[in-house]
Design a protein around this ligand. Structure first.
Ligand code: ATP
Ligand code: SF4
Ligand code: MG
Length: 369
């Protein structure tokens, strides 16, 4: 086994831990009924999700509505208690951290929501919306310092510093999202979870806000988890992309590989639905039959088996393991040969380093680190 499944770290490379690591994360919401609130079932919103985010990188998280993207983001921010699994930040297990660690974590990991209108308190001025966190985290000492810093932040996100005393309803959707961005970067975070942050904007405004996020990433050394249901939005800004289906990660790879060599039938179906960059080139649209099953009672075997155009008999009985389809490319499907079990030989040094971005796979079990 060890010959076939070489340890990616065996050449004693000293590598720093990833900025953020999620290991076998599960979040099940109980369903309660009756006067005594008896538990009658659970919604498997996130079901065994693992990934790593390296410093300065962007991980795109995509998948249909209800597949668990937001729940993953909220668990990372510790707004939700995971049912099981672990979350590491700079190598430290933060899953059950104390209140002091949690306070500093709240500064390090920020979120930008989809709808800036409902996420900005309509009764607060821009100065308070952006400056509040500066005071909470002791980053400014008085009102003047706060306002000076807010003016700087407004300029940084492309807004006039004269907007200091305006209220959210006095702005357009794109401007409001810029205020949300200013609020997120105010406390110099390391990671920002962007939850559908551009989905509600017009296409041209979407491009402007995406460009702003990318400029800030360079300038401030930020890392993003970029959640979107639209693959074309994450394509150009993500280093790696994870595809989720019914609470599970089904494929994760570099953005380029996912678009050029998708391995999972679900990813291929999502890609076939995108507008074509070369109208002359024919790519057949894969229409998925049936509805997404309920996360209360997912199907046995592969969760995608009820809709998969390539389903096999085994798929309805045995859950596929997450396997290495190639270097830097994991896929949870019976059709994929584990790259490290195949005849293609052990990965090269460069491949090993890239593989280390993601957890190791084992052939007969669900992903285990
Ligand atoms: N507090 C909750 N209680 C019970 N079920 C929940 C709760 N929050 C989310 N869910 C369920 O968990 C599943 C995943 O929800 P989540 O919001 O994470 O999906 P999503 O991928 O972000 O969807 P969307 O693209 O529509 O935002 C859904 O079935 C949802 O109904
Ligand atoms: S395991 Fe089977 S059902 Fe699931 S995606 Fe692969 S081929 Fe389709
Ligand atoms: Mg969501």
């Amino acid at each position: 086994m060890s010959n076939q499944n070489p340890n990616p770290n065996k050449d004693n490379e000293v590598s720093s831990p990833p900025l953020l690591e999620v290991r076998q994360l599960k979040k099940f919401f109980p369903i309660q009924k009756g006067l005594l609130s008896r538990k009658v079932g659970e919604v498997k919103a996130v079901d065994n999700v693992s990934f790593k985010l390296q410093e300065g990188q962007t991980l795109g998280l995509v998948g249909e509505s209800g597949c668990g993207k937001t729940t993953v983001g909220r668990c990372i921010l510790r707004l939700l208690e995971p049912t099981s699994g672990q979350i590491f930040f700079r190598g430290q297990d933060i899953t059950n951290c104390d209140s002091n660690t949690l306070r500093s974590l709240r500064r390090e990991i920020q979120i930008i929501f989809q709808d800036p209108y409902s996420s900005l308190n309509p009764r607060k001025t821009v100065s308070n919306l952006i400056g509040e966190a500066l005071l909470v985290h002791g980053m400014v000492d008085n009102e003047k310092e706060k306002n000076d810093r807010v003016k700087e932040l407004l300029n940084k996100v492309g807004l006039s510093s004269t907007y200091l005393n305006r209220y959210p309803h006095e702005f357009s959707g794109g401007q409001r999202q810029r205020i949300g961005i200013a609020r997120a970067i105010a406390v110099n975070p390391s990671v920002i979870v962007c939850d559908e942050s551009v989905s509600a904007l017009d296409v041209s405004v979407q491009a402007q806000v995406l460009n702003l996020l990318m400029d800030l990433k360079e300038e401030m050394g930020l890392s993003y988890i970029f959640i979107a249901h639209d693959l074309s939005v994450v394509k150009h800004i993500s280093d790696n992309i994870g595809v989720m289906y019914l609470g599970q990660m089904v494929e994760i790879s570099s953005s380029k590989q996912l678009f050029t060599q998708p391995k999972h039938p679900y990813t291929r179906a999502l890609l076939s639905a995108l507008p074509k960059p070369f109208p002359g080139r024919k790519v057949e649209r894969i229409l998925l039959q049936g509805d997404v099953p309920t996360p209360i009672n997912p199907p046995p075997g592969c969760y995608f088996s009820t809709r998969c155009p390539e389903v096999l008999a085994i798929c309805k009985e045995i859950e596929p393991a997450m396997k290495w389809a190639a270097a830097n490319h994991l896929c949870k499907c019976h059709l994929v040969d584990d790259r490290r079990q195949s005849n293609s030989g052990p990965p090269t040094g460069g491949e090993r380093r890239r593989m280390d971005l993601f957890p190791k796979s084992k052939p007969d079990q669900i992903i285990e680190l």
